[in-house]
Design a protein around this ligand. Structure first.
Ligand code: IPD
Ligand code: CA
Length: 263
């Protein structure tokens, strides 16, 4: 774990250096990549595959290299839109999967010097302090979500979900980095979470950190039934998970039937 933490710290330092920064859109106008995303990913590809010889590497920007049973799943900058605007809320997210199971995860927020980490079966930590999800009931929960910025055809469904969950909880937040939001849930600072369309590198580390902190993570098919991408639900308790899961499933069905068409 020490070598992994050092790599995440060094990646954070590379992220903070904005000299010569360039920004471009990939695919859609709102989905950005910067020169720093590539720099951080290149550094981690080399450093992490040296840490475990023969390991493979899957990064958001440059894709896959290698075919080992141990795979690094890396988002060099989660929260690239924040980063491009210098909003100072972005993370490096690193997960290690062995034979398809996530066994270690790190989420580093260099602006606040927070290092969240978890190893399967060993609990979750921030800067060496053990963390646990909150025990807040749904009525006192803070809900973190997004409205599917990259796939706007799903936005009406996400707004429908927010419209139904807001009256049941305290308030809604959107930090713009899924990995950090999941880490905040693990630390007990936020309590429930939903995103309509995530990629493996956005969530692999955060999902392990949530589970190791005693939280529940899954899909509309229930906790644990998560295949590593798509819609994701996370919560501090099984009770809240089940309540929001039911709402999310109903709104997804309505959207699939075409009941909620983009306005
Ligand atoms: C995005 C962030 C954002 C989430 C998106 C992700 P990126 O990752 O995690 O919070 O809403 O779904 O794709 O593009 O900044 O690496
Ligand atoms: Ca990214």
């Amino acid at each position: 774990m020490d070598g992994l933490k050092e790599a995440a710290e060094e990646a954070g330092r590379i992220m903070l250096d904005r000299r010569g920064l360039t920004v471009h859109a990939k695919g859609t106008r709102e989905n950005l990549a910067t020169s720093a995303d590539f720099k951080v990913e290149r550094f981690l590809r080399k450093r992490l595959t040296e840490l475990i010889p023969g390991s493979s590497f899957i990064g958001e920007e440059d894709g896959r290299s290698g075919d080992g049973d141990c795979a690094w799943i890396v988002d060099p900058i989660d929260g690239t839109a924040n980063y491009a605007r210098d909003l100072r809320v972005s993370t490096v997210s690193i997960a290690l999967r062995k034979n398809g199971e996530t066994v270690a995860g790190i989420v580093h927020q260099p602006y606040t010097d927070e290092m969240f980490c978890a190893e399967k079966g060993k609990g979750a930590y921030v800067n060496g302090r053990k963390i646990h999800v909150s025990d807040r009931p749904l009525a006192n929960s803070m809900f973190c979500t997004s409205w599917s910025a990259y796939k706007k055809e799903r936005s009406p469904m996400c707004f429908g979900i927010s419209e139904r969950i807001l009256p049941l909880c305290e308030d809604i937040r959107r930090f713009g980095t899924a990995a950090y939001e999941l880490s905040l849930l693990a630390e007990g600072k936020i309590d429930i979470y939903f995103e309509a369309a995530l990629q493996p590198w956005d969530l692999a580390a955060g999902a392990l950190i949530v589970r190791e902190a005693g939280g529940v993570c899954g899909s509309v098919h229930g906790p644990e039934s998560y295949d590593g991408e798509g819609a994701m639900i996370a919560s501090n308790s099984k009770e809240s998970f089940d309540t929001i899961r039911d709402i999310i499933e109903e709104e997804m069905v309505k959207w699939e039937r075409g009941d909620r068409l983009p306005r």
